[in-house]
Ligand binder design. Structure first.
Ligand code: SF4
Ligand code: SF4
Ligand code: FES
Length: 225
C-alpha cells in the first residue's frame, strides 16, 4: 500500500528521536542494503536514518520536483512500481532501488518560430516525429508516479489538441520515468511541456492577469518580497 506523506512534516521531528520512542521497526532493502528503520518514515528518511548523508537543497521532499524516483517491489507482490521516494512510507520486506535521472530530452525549439496556430501541428510533428509512432502500450502510464494518463496526452497532442494534452500534465513532476519506459523513445513529458507552452503562447492571457500586470506597470500595485 502506498501512503502519501510530507517529509517536511516528519522532518520537523528529529528522525533519531524516534529510536527512543518504542517505535516499531521495519526491515527493508534499499539499493541492495538491508535497512531497519522506524515505521512512519519515508524511503528517503529511512536512508538517512541508516546513516546515509543528508544533502540539503537537492530535492523538494514534497512530491513536486521528481528527483527521487524509485522502483519498488513490495513483499509478496508480483510486479514492481515506480514511485517517489519522498512520498512512500517503508513497509516490511519492501525492496527499493533509486533510479538514476535519465538523460534529458533532445528536442529543442523556439516558440517564437511558431507564428500562428495554423503552424502548431506541423511544428509539433517536426519537433516530435516519434510521437506518431506511439504503440499504445501503456508503458508510460504504468510508470508515472503521478498517475497521469500520459498515453492519452500523447495521442491528443498528435491530433493537435494541445490544450487538452497540456491540461493532463498539471501534476507532472518531470521525473522522466515515462520517457525511460517508452519503447519508441517518445518524451511524453516534453510533449506535455510543448502543449502547455504553445497553448499559452498562442492564446490570449486571462484578463485578470493582464489587468494585474498593467497595474504593476503603472505602479498602482506593489509587490512586497
Ligand atoms: S508524466 Fe512522466 S515526467 Fe511527468 S510525472 Fe509522470 S512519469 Fe514523471
Ligand atoms: S510508452 Fe510510449 S509507445 Fe507506449 S503508450 Fe506511452 S508514449 Fe506510447
Ligand atoms: S524529493 Fe522532490 S519529489 Fe521527492
Amino acid at each position: 500500500m502506498c501512503f502519501k506523506v510530507s517529509c517536511r512534516q516528519v522532518l520537523s521531528r528529529d528522525i533519531r528521536e524516534m529510536d527512543n520512542n518504542n517505535a516499531k521497526y521495519i526491515n527493508t532493502v534499499i539499493n541492495g542494503k538491508a535497512i531497519s528503520a522506524p515505521e512512519d518514515l519515508s524511503v528517503i528518511q529511512a536512508l538517512w536514518h541508516s546513516g546515509y548523508p543528508r544533502i540539503k537543497s537537492v530535492g523538494c521532499l514534497e512530491g513536486v520536483c521528481g528527483a527521487c524516483c524509485v522502483m519498488i517491489r513490495r513483499n509478496g507482490a508480483p510486479g514492481v512500481s515506480m514511485e517517489l521516494g519522498c512520498q512512500v512510507l517503508i513497509e516490511e520486506g519492501m525492496q527499493v532501488v533509486f533510479l538514476a535521472f535519465p538523460t534529458p530530452a533532445k528536442q529543442s525549439y523556439k516558440l517564437e518560430d511558431i507564428k500562428n496556430s495554423w503552424e502548431v501541428q506541423s511544428k509539433f510533428h517536426e519537433i516530435f516525429p516519434e510521437a506518431e509512432s506511439c504503440r499504445h502500450c501503456g508503458g508510460c502510464n504504468s510508470t508515472c508516479p503521478k498517475a497521469i494518463d500520459v498515453e492519452r496526452a500523447v495521442i491528443l497532442a498528435t491530433k493537435g489538441r494541445f490544450r487538452e494534452a497540456g491540461d493532463l500534465f498539471d501534476e507532472c513532476v518531470l521525473c522522466n520515468l515515462c520517457q525511460s519506459a517508452c519503447p519508441e523513445s517518445i518524451a511524453p513529458n516534453y510533449v506535455g511541456i510543448f502543449s502547455r507552452r504553445v497553448t499559452a503562447h498562442l492564446h490570449t492571457r486571462p484578463s485578470n492577469l493582464i489587468n494585474r500586470l498593467e497595474d504593476l506597470r503603472k505602479g498602482e500595485l506593489k509587490v512586497i518580497f
